[in-house]
Design a binder for this molecule. Structure first.
Ligand SMILES: N=NNCCOCCOc1ccc(-c2cn(C[C@@H]3NC[C@@H](O)[C@H]3O)nn2)cc1
Length: 448
């Protein structure tokens, strides 16, 4: 048994996102988002689920904040629905939308919980998608205009801002692999979108600095880890390509001002021509205050020519998996965090998403999600190993505070430490909630 104890200033939190929890899609002046459209297109989401009601947090946020307060978290990461602020993507600001987020943030502050605001967590106004969405460079300035309104409105209340959540998902998962909104399957488009996202990030950071907003700003890439099956260079290189596709493709431009050349070459060989305008890379390379890292899973893999985009294949070993089928791979969490330190030095890091899918239901008023507790123990141990290795970890926010709309999986996959009955909307704290509450209170836990 080992006591895993965290630094005294460790910030503990939980995370959610607007389309996944709010519901009330036709209330408060909200406009249509691409996820409203995508989820209502038959075949895109399991069971035809959508975010119309979700967890109804739009109406139940006060109850949710009380759940957070009892949990003892210091920070709550949420996202703002762009279509609540600009129902038409640009133009007239919707005051009711601003009012909703003032109410949420005021409730958090009144309960001594710091708001960490994600500006973009995938719910693009549909009207902008109709004009090309992130594939249209004009969306960059629309995003900056939206961010400017948010900065001016909430400066002083929100002290931590994230521009984009998981740019790999926004670009490649949603426009090349095609399983998320808007569901394109075009590598050229997806790669150009990844560039437009980075320019939007950089211009937003510039606006944040120009407005002299009190606080910090960062970006939240999702990461993965592929462990080479052998020490053959081709296996090592193949795994490196996949890890870099999520991480360095986005973070090298931010921290180094250039894309990884080996990835540029790889995409060029796939026929991709990236349009980079003069000044783009300088804009992207704006200093930021922290990065949010999202990590869920890793795999063992090896080189296989012409297999997948990056010439690798999974080696199916009998790893324990969560209920969504993702291997439990805490070693990858430790390794990717050490890789980030090796790449980018002592940049402050918040784990802005880490968690697991277990679909345990309520039995006699209790949810015995022992799998999620084990996942947390394993990944918080990996996090502690990274901290012990000098990685500048400032906080850990679990995904998610509550079960919610898990994108293409709909409501079939539960990531919450709080169970949500989607018929009654009743919240039930799971065993993992109480485990996390005790860990936060102690700032340590026993790794048995
Ligand atoms: N690499 N090749 N893939 C080939 C085939 O992929 C098919 C599917 O892929 C993926 C990859 C990643 C994800 C994913 C989901 N979450 C969880 C959310 N994070 C933000 C928050 O909203 C959470 O709900 N994080 N990541 C889903 C699907």
């Amino acid at each position: 048994m080992t006591i895993i104890e965290f630094p005294k200033d460790m910030k503990w939190g939980a995370a959610t996102a607007s389309y996944q929890i709010e519901g009330a899609v036709n209330e408060g002046g909200r406009g249509v988002s691409i996820w409203d459209t995508f989820s209502k297109t038959p075949g895109n989401v399991v069971n035809g689920d959508n975010g119309d009601v979700a967890c109804d947090s739009y109406h139940r946020y006060k109850e949710d904040v009380q759940i957070m307060k009892e949990l003892g978290i210091k920070v709550y990461r949420f996202s703002v629905a762009w279509p609540r602020i600009f129902p038409n993507g640009t133009g007239e600001v919707n005051k009711e939308g601003l009012e909703y987020y003032h109410n949420l943030i005021d409730e958090l502050l009144a309960n001594d919980i710091e708001p960490m605001c994600t500006l973009y967590h995938w719910d693009l106004p549909q009207i902008l998608q109709d004009k090309g969405g992130w594939g249209n460079r004009e969306t960059i300035d629309a995003f900056v205009a939206y961010a400017e309104v948010m900065f001016k409105e909430f400066s002083g209340k929100i002290k931590q801002w994230i521009t984009l959540n998981e740019p790999w998902c926004i670009s490649f998962l949603s426009n090349y692999i095609g399983v998320h909104a808007p569901g394109n399957k075009d590598l050229q488009l997806a790669t150009q979108i990844s560039h437009h996202l980075l320019v939007a990030h950089g211009k937003t950071v510039q606006k944040f600095r120009d407005l002299n907003v009190d606080g910090e700003i960062g970006i939240a890439p999702n990461t993965t880890w592929l462990e080479p099956y052998s020490n053959r260079q081709q296996d090592i290189d193949a795994c490196n390509r996949e890890i870099a596709w999520y991480l360095e493709w986005f973070m090298d431009p931010v921290f180094k001002g250039s894309y990884p050349q080996f990835m540029l070459d790889w995409f060029a060989n796939k026929g991709v021509h990236l349009e980079i305008e003069d000044g783009d890379m300088e804009v992207i390379h704006q200093p930021i205050d922290f990065i949010g890292i999202n990590y869920y899973t890793g795999h063992v893999a090896r080189y296989k020519e012409n297999e997948s985009l990056l010439d690798w294949e999974l080696v199916e070993l009998n790893y324990e998996r969560t209920d969504i089928g993702w291997p439990i791979f805490p070693e990858g969490f430790y390794k990717v965090l050490c890789r980030i330190k090796d790449n980018y030095g002592d940049v402050p890091i918040y784990i802005t998403e880490n968690g697991s899918c277990y679909n345990n239901e309520v039995e006699n008023g209790r949810v015995k999600d022992v799998g999620r507790i084990s996942y947390l123990e394993q990944h918080l141990t990996a996090l502690h190993r990274a901290i012990s290795s000098g990685v500048n970890i400032k906080g850990y926010l679990t995904w998610s505070l509550m079960d919610n709309f898990e994108w293409a999986e709909g409501y079939t996959m539960r990531f919450g430490i709080v169970h949500v009955n989607y018929r009654t909307l009743e919240r039930t704290k799971k065993d993992s909630y109480y485990w996390f509450k005790q860990t936060i209170a102690n700032n340590w836990f026993e790794n048995k």
